[in-house]
Design a protein around this ligand. Structure first.
Ligand code: PAF
Length: 282
């Protein structure tokens, strides 16, 4: 079946009529699709008859000094990926189609949106939740797939769905990595060859933490790698290293015996990267 491309909400409604009945899975993206997105799409295809991919670089989730204007936009290549992966419909609205000029109401991520990643990107998670809820309302999927790579985003979307009784099942997909450990990200394409070498220290730090069992030792082992990486050329400039509960994103203390997320964010050159690993401390 041919890929349907819907550029606005009217076309999306039509696309759903054409696609017909069955379970719908939504894969929300900002485009610049890579192997990680392909894995989300494939997981969606295993869970539902129809896969809808949304491609929308959401201005609401970028801060004033962030990379909204230079965020990679590769629409034709993205459509080719969707076609190859058997996606039923792509929903690619414009900002004007998504947001009324006098919009007033938005979703608040609450206190959980202000810690860890949220402490460095004020308002980011409010912007993410607002667009995700709008996409859910427009596409009306049965389920939606999100990458574990954005662990706090995933946790907050689960929270939103629970707190606001949103009838969409949230499915997490594992992080996809390059063979040398670098987590796939649309922002990796900003990295020069030398910056990429430094960026590898993010996943190296997580692996160093992951072999420990006690929270203090986990943090210490990961931090040691990051401190060395700060002396490289170009250096890794750490924003945070956090060991948190996967659902609440609060710090875990000694004696903690469940799953925890070891999360890191750093800048290499002008590129800000995040990564995390889920550790089983049980
Ligand atoms: O993870 C992303 O690409 C974005 O945050 C999302 C979920 C598509 C919302 O804009």
């Amino acid at each position: 079946m041919d890929l349907i491309v819907a550029g606005n909400r009217a076309e999306l409604r039509k696309a759903r009529e054409v696609a017909g009945p069955g379970r719908y899975a939504l894969v929300p993206t900002m485009g610049a699709l890579h192997e990680g997105h392909r894995s989300l799409i494939r997981l969606a295809g295993e869970r539902a008859e129809h896969v809808v991919v949304s491609i929308f670089v959401n201005p609401l989730q970028f801060g004033p000094n962030e990379d909204f204007s230079r965020y990679p936009r590769t629409f034709d290549a993205d459509l080719a990926v969707c076609e190859q992966e058997g996606v039923r419909a792509v929903f690619a609205p414009s900002a004007a189609d998504m947001y009324l000029p006098d919009r007033q109401v938005a979703v608040s991520a609450g206190a959980m949106g202000t810690v860890v990643e949220g402490a460095f990107r004020p308002g980011h998670f409010d912007g993410v939740l607002t667009v995700v809820l709008k996409l859910f309302n427009l596409v009306q999927p049965d389920l939606a797939i999100f990458g574990q790579k954005d662990a706090q985003q995933l946790a907050l979307i689960r929270r939103m769905v629970a707190d606001l009784d949103v009838p969409v099942e949230i499915v997490a997909a594992p992080t996809v990595r390059e063979p040398d450990g670098l987590a796939l990200s649309s922002r990796n394409r900003y990295l020069s060859a030398r910056e990429r070498v430094t960026a590898l220290e993010l996943s190296r730090a997580l692996r160093a933490g992951a072999v420990q069992r006690e929270p203090a030792r986990i943090r210490q082992a990961a931090r040691a790698v990051l401190e060395e990486a700060a002396r490289l050329d170009p250096p890794l400039l750490l924003d945070y290293l956090a060991l948190v509960d996967p659902a609440s994103f609060t710090d875990v203390g000694e004696g903690y015996r469940r799953q925890a997320v070891l999360a890191v964010a750093a800048k290499v050159g002008t590129t800000r990267l995040i990564d995390n690993m889920v550790l089983d401390l049980g």
